[in-house]
Design a protein around this ligand. Structure first.
Ligand SMILES: [Zn+2]
Length: 490
């Protein structure tokens, strides 16, 4: 029963994708972004703008069924690794978007236009930053080589709808294997078998280009085969449906590992020495956030610290502090984080953790003091600004919160989270129309068009006098309505 309704959803999704291929160039957000010509296909069937829209539609659909990780520090970390790889890839100017899904299975996936999703499980399973980077580099190569779209173009002589269906199925298989495989079965039953071989060729290309990118970006080429091996070994303990998802959509065969291994030795062993402590810290942060058993996790940290047999003592202590704080043991949590601060006073991650402990224990002005001191050192930091804004609103200073948030927005860091907080700050300030407008942007960015439409209507209704503002809101409302119809009806 559940399978049927999901499949129906998938089919609607595929049909939407087909419609997007023919979507005229009136869409606002995509038009704001300068998209370079890429790939090998002069006179290609699908333009970079259409490609971006397919990715955007996929991203909206995904958010309709999954809540993404909202933690600004973890998001910033994933983005920074991703962008470092992108800058050394074949598509450095593409508007890549990296985001995290709070799912502990090992998976990563890429949609056309540069939408790259990383499951929490991928970061939790990686033993080094280079391993995480190797999977991201593989996904980036799928995007820069337009693999999914080339599948469509290849099949265009046969049937565009069928090829579009393949694209939808392949994407969904990456995110939701159960539904994706069901859709693939339907597609295959209708007679497209060459898809499988095509995918293997693309996998090999993504491995090769991904490794090249990895090395160019200062990571260790060996990390790719090492991570493949780790996955293959872990999969021996799985059976049937519980196989890690990266293995389903990117099957790690012995020959694939061997190929990656022999390719890796052709690169000089010049892993750039760098500060990769962030990897270990963010991994523990994510572990505490996603654990189903805080008590066991806290005990695990205690054991590891006592035995001293951990890979990264600092990250273990950081995780321990976060776990203590999550369990309400603020005094102990504060003590642990202060040990780390004593050795590395200016590391923002520790300062933010301490501020969070103060905030959680009800000492808001202590938290604010920490944020303000650090604002001098890191004036443009997104996580710092967002967390500070939240505390400012709790302390009934929405004006200052709003200023901080708008600065981030102007720096091009608009996100669902930022829109939601702006709505709250403007609402607290009594700016009703603005508050509805930002809430409209929030729902729009999360793919919830009906709610977005409602909010823009309320924004128009409560806009007073300002004709320019009114015209802007009305034009945005029309765009939202057009997108809503497109995403719903087709
Ligand atoms: Zn792949």
């Amino acid at each position: 029963m559940q399978g049927m309704s999901r499949l129906t959803m998938r089919i609607r999704f595929v049909i939407t994708l087909m419609a997007l291929l023919a979507w005229p160039l009136t869409y606002s957000q995509a038009a704001d972004i300068a998209l370079p010509e890429i790939g090998d296909s002069a006179g290609a069937l699908i333009s970079p703008q259409q490609e971006y829209r397919i990715g955007q539609a996929f991203f909206w659909r995904l958010q309709q069924s999954v809540d993404l990780v909202e933690d600004p520090e973890i998001n910033h970390y994933i983005k920074s690794i991703g962008q470092r790889l992108v800058s050394h890839s074949d598509g450095p100017a593409l508007p890549f978007k990296f985001f995290m899904v709070p799912d502990t299975t090992v998976n990563a996936f890429a949609a056309p236009g540069g939408f790259i999703g990383v499951n929490a499980g991928l970061l939790l399973t990686s033993q080094e930053e280079d391993e995480l980077a190797s999977v991201l580099a593989h996904e980036i190569a799928h995007v820069t080589q337009r693999h999914l779209l080339r599948s469509i173009e290849k099949h265009q002589q046969g049937s565009i709808p069928r090829a579009a269906a393949l694209l939808g199925a392949a994407l969904l298989a990456a995110v939701n294997p159960e539904a994706g495989i069901a859709a693939l079965t339907v597609v295959q039953a209708s007679g497209v078998q060459s898809q499988i071989d095509h995918t293997r060729a693309h996998e090999a290309e993504a491995d090769n280009l991904g490794m090249l990118n990895l090395v160019r970006s200062g990571f260790d080429a060996q990390a790719m085969p090492t991570f493949f091996e780790r996955l293959q070994q872990s999969s021996r303990f799985y059976s049937g449906r519980s196989v890690p998802e990266f293995l389903r959509t990117h099957p790690v065969t012995t020959s694939r590992i061997a190929e990656a291994r022999s390719r890796a030795v052709t690169y000089p062993q010049n892993r750039v020495v760098r500060d990769d402590l962030s990897f270990y810290l963010m991994r523990e942060r994510l572990r505490v956030m996603t654990t189903l058993n805080l008590i066991d996790l806290r005990q695990h940290y205690v054991n590891v610290i006592e035995k001293g047999n951990n890979r990264n003592t600092i990250a273990t202590r950081y995780g321990y502090s976060l776990a203590l704080s999550a369990m309400g043991e603020y005094g102990k949590a504060r003590r642990e984080i202060n040990v780390l601060i004593a050795d590395d006073k200016e590391r923002l991650t520790y300062q933010l953790a301490l501020a969070e402990i103060e905030k959680a224990s009800g000492r808001l002005s202590e938290a604010l003091k920490i944020y303000q001191v650090n604002q001098q050192l890191y004036p443009n930091d997104y996580a710092l600004s967002v967390k500070q804004a939240i505390v400012l609103m709790q302390m009934r200073n929405p004006e200052k919160a709003s200023t901080l948030l708008l600065t981030q927005l102007e720096a091009g860091r608009g996100s669902a989270q930022l829109y939601k907080l702006l709505a709250q700050a403007q609402g607290d300030m009594g700016e009703t129309s603005n508050a509805h407008g930002w809430l409209g942007e929030y729902y729009y960015s999360a793919g919830r068009f009906k709610q977005s439409e409602e909010q823009f209507k309320l924004a128009v209704k409560s806009a007073r006098g300002d004709q320019y503002q009114l015209a802007k809101l009305n034009s945005r409302l029309r765009e939202v309505e057009e997108t809503k119809v497109l995403m719903e009806e087709l």
